[in-house]
Design a protein around this ligand. Sequence first.
Ligand SMILES: [Zn+2]
Length: 342
Amino acid sequence: MGAAVLTAEQMARYSRQIILKEIGGIGQRHLLDAHIMVLGVGALGASALLYLGGAGVGRLTLVDDARVADSLLPGDIIHERIHAGQPVVYSAKQRIHAVNPEVEISALDLPLSDDYVIDKIKSVDLVLDLSADLSLKWDQVCIQQRVPLFSGWVDQHGGWAAASLVGVESEAVCMRCQGIKQRGNVTAIEPFSGLLAGMVGTVLATEACKWLMGLGTGLRGQRWCFSPFDTAFKAYPVERQGDCPVCSKGSVADKVVEDRQEDDAGAACIDITTEQCPMTFVKVKLKLESMPPGQELTIRLNGGEPLHNVPLSLVDEGCWVSSPMADDQTGTFILKTRRPTS
Ligand SMILES: [Zn+2]
């Protein structure tokens, strides 16, 4: 999807976050171009979806086969009593559009195990698992598809928020190594606080948007836990377990990283970390002009002024630009871009 120019209506709607120096027009464009899949439209999904839609995430795919129920409304604030008995995904879609009609929404009234859902993950930018099932399979699927996974949970003891960036960042830690345990289908009535669920859902929506805008995430390398009754909030550092079949050496993640390195080796790349502005953009522009329109160029650059100016100049020329990815080992950043084909 190309980097659209903001319309006057969008500038007015998102003005409060655009004027934040950390977001700006580029950050807003990243949100508008983003596609998030949300697994579970219950208590955590309710708050997350309202904020994702309000913030201007361009596309949302909602997956849940549950129905709106009166007993769930204290936590599921996205739904209304008049929609009791309706599929939660349709109810949520109506409410998001009442907040922000420009969000493109796919409402999938399907079980999470449906093959279509799993296949769809390869076409999204990020997955938010906010379902009650808490299945570790999403981590493996997202790693294979190189899609970041953000997940959260609440129960009578408290709540937590975590992210698995194993498919997209080196040295990332999988959900299993973060202590997340497989849960399976839930049949019993679970006691929990809807207020806490709203808080965890909002935290995850915030961290997902930050990652999409290239602002990193506070969930990198740590898991956040929340206690509802003593208002405690703690961050626990996490690290890879040596024998982990998912993210240790020789694991699923290793193969994904190898494939990514092969892809990168075959792609056009330019390193402008030794250049100063305006030569940073001049070199990128000349490189792009030597390539056919539509071919992807990978740019390695420093933070600071180049990280601000180069994507801004590319967007002004109508190019698609990815969110920057930090390379913690070198302290530089990676951008991907391509000229429009017409
Ligand atoms: Zn692991």
